[in-house]
Structure formats: C-alpha cells, structure tokens
Design a protein around this ligand. Structure first.
Ligand code: ADP
Length: 197
C-alpha cells in the first residue's frame, strides 16, 4: 500500500505515519526528517537546505523530488510506503505521479488530516516545551516566527493539493482533532475501504 498523509504542520502526520509503519510494515518517508538528517550530516543537500528550513520556508522542489526519487527506488519501499511531508507543492505532486507511473506503482490513498487552524500553534508550542523539559533539542523551526512562515507556506503551496487529489479521487479525510488512537482508527477504516475497492 502506498499512502500520502496530508495536513498542516502540527496536524499529526508524523505520529500517524509511525503508527501505520509499525502496524502495516510500511516504510515511513518523511522529507522533513531526511532533510534534518542531511543538515546534521553537513552534506551538500543539508548545506543548501539549512537556512530555508530554519526560517520555515520550503526547500526547492528539485532537491526534495530528487531525495524521494532515490528513496522510492530502494528495495524496502516495494512493500509500500507512507509519504509524510511530501508532496508539498503542485510541482512535487506532478513529479510524484510521473515517478510512480514510470515504476508501475500507484497511490492507494491520500489521507488528509483535518485540523482547526487555531490548534496548530498551541500544539507546536507544547511540542517544543515538552521536548525541552525532556532534555531534548527543539527543532530550529519550532518557534513563533518560523511557524508563521511554515503555516503560510502550507496555505499557499500545499493546501491546493487537497483539491488536486480530490479531483483525481484519491483523497480521503479524517478528523485530526480527535485523540491519537481515534485518528488511527479513522485511518484504518479508510484503508479497509481502499483494500475492498
Ligand atoms: P512540519 O512539522 O512543518 O510539517 P517537516 O518535518 O515535514 O515539518 O518539514 C520541516 C521543513 O523541511 C519544512 O518546513 C521545509 O523547510 C522542509 N521540507 C520538508 N519536506 C519538504 C518538501 N516536500 N518540500 C519542500 N520543503 C520541505
């Protein structure tokens, strides 16, 4: 099964991707995590991405499309994958479609995690506070200024993908304001519907 999780920063894509990966043995492909790893490793891609990520802007389509194209070719992705944080622009969505077509693969579902805008800021602030209290390192972009840029990038660039995938009939929505296990249950029922179709 090949899935996309779509939703604004703080919607819970990463949390649900992890649950799905564990439960169904799918590979979680988070471009945000891959890019953070590249920054940490100091690779060429990391050097190009670091400043824009820190500000909350989007890394270039060429870079992220390249990362995903390489990753999807790896043998572990044959058992199915969950894209978390990709695609984020119409150009990325088109590139993904072409990439999957060329490999004879397809998307089984695009799951939109719907949330109320007002909750996002407080969720991300809580995440940063909890990370600090646990002695962890807060993400460079989990601050008020970068968060504003991330939300603007989401509404400008990513939200149109909801219409795009609705139009090609792959979009399904779940209520991201429900408790974590309830969201997981809603996603499960979407997947069961897809499996039956
Ligand atoms: P978020 O919590 O904002 O959803 P992510 O971990 O998915 O965060 O991404 C963090 C940052 O990595 C983004 O703000 C952006 O700079 C960069 N990034 C991740 N995925 C993409 C993508 N598909 N296209 C462009 N930039 C991306």
């Amino acid at each position: 099964m090949n899935l996309i999780l779509l939703g604004p920063p703080g919607a819970g894509k990463g949390t649900q991707a992890q649950v799905l990966a564990d439960k169904h043995g799918l590979v979680q492909l988070s471009t945000g995590e891959m890019l953070r790893a590249a920054v940490k490793a100091g690779s060429e891609i990391g050097k190009k991405a670091e400043a824009v990520m820190k500000s909350g802007g989007l890394v270039s389509d060429e870079i992220v499309i390249g990362i995903i194209a390489d990753r999807i070719e790896q043998p572990d992705c044959a058992k199915g994958f969950i894209l978390d944080g990709f695609p984020r622009t119409l150009k990325q969505a088109d590139a993904l479609g072409a990439l999957l077509d060329s490999k004879g693969k397809s998307l089984d579902a695009v799951i939109e995690i719907k949330v109320d805008d007002t909750i996002l800021v407080s969720r991300i602030e809580t995440r940063a506070r909890e990370t600090l209290a646990a002695g962890g390192t807060v993400r460079a972009d989990d601050n008020a200024e970068a968060l504003k840029t991330r939300l603007m990038a989401y509404y400008r660039e990513t939200a149109p993908l909801i219409g795009y995938y609705y139009a090609n009939r792959t979009l399904q929505s779940v209520d991201g304001l429900a408790p974590i296990n309830e969201v997981s249950a809603q996603i499960e029922s979407v997947l069961q519907g897809v499996a039956k179709a």
